[in-house]
Design a protein around this ligand. Structure first.
Ligand code: HMG
Ligand code: MG
Length: 320
């Protein structure tokens, strides 16, 4: 008599494409930078380099690897120069580093950066807390960085934090976000990432800000969504942005990270959670969910805490 074979459930999203949505999305992985900048343990450089390699092996093609900020402000990423020296990612990978000022740009160029990112705030309080300046001071600091990067032959991404709500100032006027987006675009930033730094936005709010940004003349193709998952709204917000035509989203493998200067913020949307939803919608990402989950699990062994990603947790549980 033969023993009945138990069916093996290998979870993968069941695909139902929606022809009204984009067919492909660029997943912009921020785990090594946004993910590690607030960890209480400082991860060794060799582990960061291996994290980047594993992410690329899992299919990541846009990767923010570190920050050339003041080591007094972010000691966790003080090894940015050493990390770039150790990294040997293929030229096809978009490899980006954060640069807050000209000093950061000089360090980044010396280290061989391929693309930089400037970051400003939509609110005065966060501009002070995160960059020790004002909103217009941050824009003034960004301008020479964008110009210097262009002169060196590399591109610049622009970030705006606190685009929706701010823990000190409350709700943010979408027109303010639109004006700053237009200013960064005018400077020459090729893409602008709109940050819900404390994760308070809801889908209608996302659409309102995207409408304001487009009304200010910024094309939707140059906008990226950077949604923290503090209130569990990040995936719904991605969906709202997809319906408006956004095709680039910032996420961190395993849901790592937050900004240490943003009161009340928790992790980024997990890359696994984003990819599960996108693949279910038939949207191409190029990412291998199994390999990505293995990478998050491996990284959790170094940070000392499990991934908050629902998808990563479920996929690991399903294997055992
Ligand atoms: P400051 O203290 O006003 O500047 O900081 P300073 O010019 O007085 O410099 C202080 C010290 O840092 C000096 O050293 C400088 O030389 C040095 P000292 O003379 O005291 O020995 N310094 C640097 N060293 C290395 N590299 C540099 C650099 N610049 C100055 N580039 C500053 C101003 C902008 C430097 C500081 O506020 C800073 O580094 N802030 C960065 C904070 C940060 O990285 N936050 C997290 C990233 S943003 C984020 O996570 C949000 C995002 O994910 C989107 C979202 O979620 O919304 C992007
Ligand atoms: Mg962030």
């Amino acid at each position: 008599m033969t023993t009945p074979v138990e069916p093996v459930w290998r979870p993968a999203p069941h695909e139902f494409a929606d022809s009204s949505l984009p067919t492909a999305v660029r997943v912009y992985e921020v785990g090594p930078r946004d993910g590690l900048q607030a960890e209480s343990t400082v991860v060794p450089t060799a582990v960061k380099a291996e994290f980047c390699r594993r992410l690329v092996a899992a299919g990541v093609r846009s990767l923010e690897v570190t920050s050339f900020v003041s080591p007094k402000w972010i000691p966790q990423l003080a090894d940015a120069d050493a990390l770039l020296a150790e990294l040997d990612l293929p030229g096809s990978v978009r490899q980006v580093v954060l640069t807050p000022n000209q000093r950061g740009l000089e360090r980044a160029l010396t280290a061989g950066a391929r693309e930089v990112a400037v970051f400003v705030s939509a609110t005065e309080t966060f501009a002070r807390k995160n960059l020790n300046t004002t909103v217009s001071g941050a824009l003034d600091n960004a301008r020479p960085v964008v110009e210097g990067a262009r002169a060196a032959g590399i591109g610049t991404r622009g970030y705006i934090s606190m685009c929706f709500g701010d823990p000190w100032e409350g709700w943010v006027d979408p027109r303010r976000v639109a004006d700053i987006t237009a200013e960064l675009t005018g400077m020459g930033c090729s893409s602008i990432s709109l940050g819900d730094t404390i994760g308070v936005a809801t889908p209608g709010h996302i659409r309102a800000v995207l409408d304001a940004v487009q009304a200010a003349g910024v094309p939707i193709g140059s906008i990226a969504g950077h949604f923290h998952d503090t209130y569990g709204q990040a995936l719904a917000n991605v969906y709202a942005a997809l319906t408006a035509g956004v095709t680039e989203f910032d996420t961190a493998a395993g849901g790592l990270g937050r900004c240490p200067y943003a009161k009340g913020a928790t992790g980024n949307l997990a890359t696994e959670d984003l990819v599960w939803m996108l693949h279910g919608l038939g949207i191409h990402t190029g990412i291998d969910l199994g390999a990505l989950t293995d990478t998050s699990r491996w990284m959790a062994g170094h940070t000392g805490h499990p991934s908050p990603s629902r998808v990563a947790t479920a996929l690991i549980a399903a294997r055992t």
